[in-house]
Design a protein around this ligand. Structure first.
Ligand SMILES: [Zn+2]
Length: 451
């Protein structure tokens, strides 16, 4: 049998559950292929499996001719290089010396990443599937761009373990939010008071113009405007923050423009009514623009939670549930005391960025989206294990910030992601699964210990 025949056979085995996706390379070796051909067949097998499962042919997510990496060392400074096999520049990046095989006389081939399925430079990998229910009801295939660690295996295992107790429960906000803040400085409080009254008197018209000119194309609306007085020495400051919301779009760009339009309108009002406003600016410091905070005013709330009988989980971890609660609390306190906010960022800090790198929807800077809170509770005979992502930002059908590339659209389709809510649900579910697997391994003292 040649490489392709073997890949087809392994793909069929993955489909009927005989072979785990991450064992495709091992199965290819068993079938008689030699390195690096087993890495080609393993990658191909997972691609065929995903195509069969989703009914979608992979056109944009290409597989390189040599879908593996090679280990080298620099004979001059001893540095270690793992390079893609299609990298023709096989010299040390630091001293330009030609690299040699890491083990003298022997080429060692490695996968580009575990469970690799395609892509140049961004290496996409398969991380199992997950079923959710509640405000989104679906089974997603998980595809992630990740580093070469075992993360995707952890997510696969976590999803499988959690789904043993049924679908993961999802709650997701109807709207994604955006916010932009205007700030004004006055020399007296009475002038500030007049200014606020003037804005409030014209607010209806201002919102009408913002909606008509900027928000309507994205089905967005202003849902709140708040005022906040601050003072810095003689500066009497007035903040005026506009909050918008959107069903599918991220809405950040059009919100900025809409609030810019509001600023022009307000500046004209001040002139017309002789309001002595010394400074009128977009005051981004108070609108939550790219500041990591769980009370960020951007994005969409999404929560994923699973209920597990305590008795069964105690059997899994081989110790009392109180030990597990102690572990989660010491970690929660650790994060709170180190960072000053009660958001726990463990695996999520890697999984969520990997998800955004895969989907390439807006926003590309996904910092605020990567915040998460992990929690556990016992309720009756059950353990509740949950994760909340308070500000997950996504514009699923794109927006003024840029395109969603064809490769990413294809991958989203294979995953089964068809809306912003799907995007949020899939992201929260795999974050929960990764954290669950991580936490379970830690309390079993199995992670990094080699036990
Ligand atoms: Zn070197």
């Amino acid at each position: 049998m040649d490489q392709t025949d073997i890949a087809k056979k392994i793909s069929a085995q993955i489909l009927n559950g005989e072979t785990a996706p991450w064992n495709a390379e091992a199965a290819a070796l068993e079938a008689g292929l030699q390195p690096p051909e087993h890495l080609v067949a393993g990658t191909l097998a997972r691609r065929l499996f995903l195509e069969a499962k989703s009914g979608i042919k992979l056109n944009h997510l290409v597989m390189p001719d040599k879908p593996y990496s090679i280990e080298y060392r620099c004979p001059r400074d001893g540095s270690h290089w793992i390079l893609a096999a299609d990298d023709a520049f096989t010299r040390c990046g630091m001293c330009d010396t030609p690299l040699e095989p890491r083990v003298a006389g022997k080429t060692s081939y490695l996968p580009l990443v575990n469970n690799y399925i395609g892509g140049h430079e961004d290496h996409f990998s398969y991380a199992g599937e997950v079923t959710v229910q509640g405000e989104v009801n679906k089974t997603f295939q998980n595809i992630l761009c990740y580093g070469p660690g075992v993360g995707h295996l952890g997510i696969s295992v976590g999803c499988f373990q959690l789904n043993k107790y049924g679908p993961i429960e999802i709650k997701v906000a109807d709207w994604g939010r955006a916010a932009r803040n205007l700030a004004f400085v006055f020399d007296t409080e009475s002038e500030r008071g007049k200014a606020r009254k003037l804005i409030k008197d014209h607010l209806e018209r201002i919102i009408e113009l913002m909606t008509e000119n900027f928000l309507k194309p994205f089905a967005g609306e202003v849902y709140n405007v708040d005022f906040l007085d601050k003072q810095h020495h003689g500066d009497r400051i007035m903040h005026c923050c506009f909050y918008t919301r959107f069903g599918e779009y991220r809405g950040h760009g059009c919100t900025s423009k809409a609030v810019g339009g509001a600023k022009n309108y307000i500046d004209d009002l001040f002139k017309e009514h002789n309001i002595a406003c010394r400074v009128s600016v977009i005051g981004m410091g108070r609108d939550g623009d790219l500041k990591p905070s769980p009370r960020n005013r951007r994005g969409r709330y999404v929560s994923a939670r699973q209920r597990i009988p305590i008795k069964e989980y105690e059997k899994n971890i081989g110790r009392p549930i109180d030990d597990f609660l102690s572990y989660l609390e010491l970690d929660r306190q650790g994060v709170l005391e180190e960072t000053g906010w009660p958001a726990y960022t463990g695996m999520g800090g890697e999984i969520i960025p990997a998800f955004y790198r895969t989907m390439k929807n807006n926003p590309r800077p996904y910092l605020v989206s990567s915040l998460q809170k992990v929690y556990v509770e016992t309720r009756g005979d059950d353990l509740l294990f949950g994760v909340e992502l308070p500000n997950l930002e996504v514009g699923f059908p794109s927006g003024p910030e840029g395109i969603v590339p064809p490769l990413s659209r294809e991958v989203a389709k294979v995953c089964g992601i068809e809306s912003s809510k799907d995007f949020a649900a899939a992201c929260a579910a795999i974050t929960l699964a990764g954290e669950f697997n991580f936490a379970t391994l830690h309390i079993k003292e199995k992670l990094y210990t080699g036990r």
